[in-house]
Write a protein that binds this ligand. Structure first.
Ligand SMILES: *Cc1c(COP(=O)(O)O)cnc(C)c1O
Length: 413
């Protein structure tokens, strides 16, 4: 076969080996060491936020955000149906209940449906109202009277998980307004969107993950930077980040004695991972430039193609353009995604279908959904095409040519 163009692979062109060797030489390989604090500092500087805690994964960053947001058993958390399942699993770790709200054409949370859900499916008890007091909710959820309480079937709606899908940005102005009105915590899953920022509007200059109450990042192998496995979390309140860091290191209260006043977690990043991360952070701006340039070439390649369109990113943002999506015209190409992916694999091109809907996965199939229309629509249509930073212009042309050839051969009419 010869040629193989992977979907998304890590890039270690920088100081990765040097720093990892250094960490080994120092003997600091576990959850203490200078590279961890160095990575946190670099992330905070890059994101223009005050405090960042490095974690073992994006999933643990999201879990600690939910813990810190006060999500308790019986609470409700509003979540997306069309994304990686790790965005939703931490809701279950907290024994809370997800409700799936539809996406818009950006694949991110639809603020219109979010507002309608809050208005029509919930009741709001403003702070100080007799019903908004501190009695226990029927579903056993916790109370947070300051700012009022939103209830859905008796359960307290505590938070929204907003995913910035594929490096796009959700409509944060609208989402933050709704969250403020109904006293909801906003957890930004920015695991795919490190480096994405607003260029216009109320949040001009603000990075994905630094707008809501919490922002989670992932450095898994296929993300824009990687530490093998790893993640980070930031929060609007820097003291909250300190507490997250404390929880991530087993919540040890005393420097000399093993005293623990809270249930902690073993969620801290290791120094070995952080050494890789510090090297990757040096390259992040270049990785973003390459992703943007490659997207531009794909856009030109598919500009006048009628059977599939390259999905654009939202206006008014500068996206890290992490992952590329082709929207296949299903009125003319009815072949299954499996067939399309397998045929391209035979040409040496690795592609994938967008995720299966989370609400259709076994652990979630009985959970409530709200007006899902766009999510199932796009779940059938979106094919992700190679987006590694190392891909060459010739390879992009090859991918585009082969995809077009295949879709033409499969098209009816
Ligand atoms: C990658 C990813 C995660 C989880 O990150 P890990 O570091 O793999 O735990 C969560 N949400 C989304 C949307 C992701 O893409």
């Amino acid at each position: 076969m010869g040629k193989f163009i992977p979907l998304s692979v890590p890039n270690f062109e920088g100081n990765e080996r040097k720093y990892v060797d250094d960490a080994i030489d120092q003997g600091w390989v576990s959850t203490g060491g200078a590279y961890i604090t160095e990575l946190e500092k670099k992330l905070a500087e890059f994101l223009q936020t005050q405090n960042v805690a490095a974690c073992q994964s994006g999933t643990s960053a999201l879990h600690l955000s939910l813990v810190e947001a006060g999500v308790k058993p019986g609470d409700t958390v509003l979540v997306p149906p069309l994304t990686f399942i790790a965005a939703v699993n931490p809701v279950k770790y907290q024994f809370a209940t997800p409700v799936f709200i539809d996406c818009d054409d950006s694949f991110c949370l639809d603020p219109v449906k979010l507002r309608r859900f809050c208005e029509e499916e919930c009741s709001f008890e403003p702070a100080g109202s007799p019903a908004g007091g501190s009695e226990e909710s029927p579903a056993g959820g916790s109370e947070e009277p300051a700012g009022g309480l939103l209830r859905h079937n008796g359960s307290v709606v505590k938070a929204i998980v907003v995913v910035h899908v594929f490096g796009n940005m959700a409509d944060m102005e609208a989402i933050m307004d709704i969250a403020a009105q109904y006293n909801l915590k906003v957890i930004e899953d920015a695991t795919e969107a490190l480096g994405t920022k607003y260029t216009t509007g109320r949040y001009a200059g603000k990075y994905a993950g630094t707008i809501g109450d919490f922002g989670a990042y992932s450095f898994n192998g296929n993300k824009i930077i990687t530490t093998g496995g790893g993640g980070a979390v930031t929060a609007r309140d820097p003291k909250v980040v300190d507490h997250i860091r404390f929880l991530s290191t087993q919540a040890k209260t005393d420097p000399h004695y093993y005293i623990h006043d809270e249930v902690g977690y073993n969620y801290r990043m290791t120094n070995l991972q952080a050494a890789l991360g510090v090297a990757q952070m040096e390259e992040l701006p270049e990785f973003i430039r390459r992703k943007q340039r490659n997207f531009e070439q794909y856009r030109e390649e598919f500009q006048s193609f009628d059977l599939a369109k390259l999905v654009p990113f939202r206006e008014g943002i500068e996206s890290n353009k992490w992952f590329y999506s082709l929207d296949i015209d299903r009125s003319r190409v009815t072949a299954s995604m499996r067939e399309i992916i397998t045929s391209l694999q035979e040409e040496g091109i690795q592609t994938r279908a967008i995720w299966g809907l989370i609400n259709e996965q076994r652990p979630y199939e009985n959970e409530e959904t709200y007006k899902l229309e766009k999510a199932p629509y796009y779940a059938e249509r979106i094919l992700n095409i190679p987006s590694s930073t190392q891909i060459t212009p010739e390879e992009i042309t090859y991918v585009a040519d082969k995809v077009k050839q295949l879709l033409r051969s499969l098209a009816n009419g």
